[in-house]
Design a protein around this ligand. Structure first.
Ligand code: SAM
Length: 219
């Protein structure tokens, strides 16, 4: 298992019943059972091809009695009110993740472990507006790419760690430099148009570049 999936698995509270949405190869689901982190996993995917691959891997690992596969869109695969405790969604874009979470019934779910591929700030915003608190977060690097992993709990019950794994991670510098470079590229391309330079979007972009350049946190 690579560092990204490992970091995601480490946030799953021990003994949880977990739904892995967009499971694909079911590597995370298999690791969660093998490591004893999860007591049961529902491994779900919207597409039949990835779910077939998941079934094959689960069978090969001899875990078909502990991991149930379900075909369907997002959280619609969950049936009973109190079926699971935690949801993992990894490897999907942030906008799609927010769509899935907004469409789902989350009332009986205690924890969310999310690894958006982009638009992380949209996921953070959704969480803050919908009663979720960032308990902890981490970074993981695979093939030169730094991934962000966010561990959320109910804001009326959960408490945040004093210092997140992310804030202590040696990868934070790399993430910050990458984000700054990306924002500067967008700014440079906007600077070709006077209308773009006079826009609110450009003003916010410059403010973000200045904040990060001055040592501010990347969100
Ligand atoms: C890039 S893979 C990520 C696999 C795995 N979660 C990981 O992080 O390694 C994305 C998977 O999500 C599935 N997917 C995309 N949209 C989905 C949705 N709305 N509901 C469930 N699965 C979805 C795709 O079929 C694909 O198998």
């Amino acid at each position: 298992m690579d560092a990204r999936l490992k970091a995601i698995a480490e946030f799953v509270p021990r003994g949880s019943r977990v739904a892995d949405i967009g499971t694909d190869h079911a590597q995370l689901a298999i690791e969660l059972i093998k490591s004893g982190r999860a007591s049961k996993v529902i491994a779900a995917d919207k597409n039949a091809g990835p779910l077939d691959a998941a079934r094959k891997n689960i069978l090969a690992a001899g875990l078909d009695d502990r991991i149930e596969t379900r075909l369907g869109d997002g959280l619609s695969v969950l049936r009973a009110e109190d079926e699971i405790d935690a949801v993992c969604i990894a490897g999907l874009g942030g906008a799609l993740m927010v769509e899935i979470l907004s469409a789902g019934i989350l009332s009986s779910i205690e924890y969310l472990i999310l690894q958006p591929m982009n638009a992380v700030e949209r996921v953070r915003m959704w969480a803050a507006l919908n009663g979720w608190l960032v308990i902890d977060e981490d970074l993981a690097e695979v093939g030169g790419i730094v991934y962000e992993i966010i561990f959320l709990g109910r804001s009326d019950r959960a408490t945040t760690v004093e210092e997140t794994k992310r804030s202590k991670s040696p990868l934070l510098k790399k993430l910050t430099a990458g984000r700054l470079e990306k924002l500067k590229k967008i700014a440079a391309s906007m600077e070709k148009s006077a209308a773009a330079v006079n826009s609110e979007k450009y003003r916010r972009l410059r403010a973000e570049i200045e904040k990060i350049s001055a040592g501010g946190d990347v969100l």
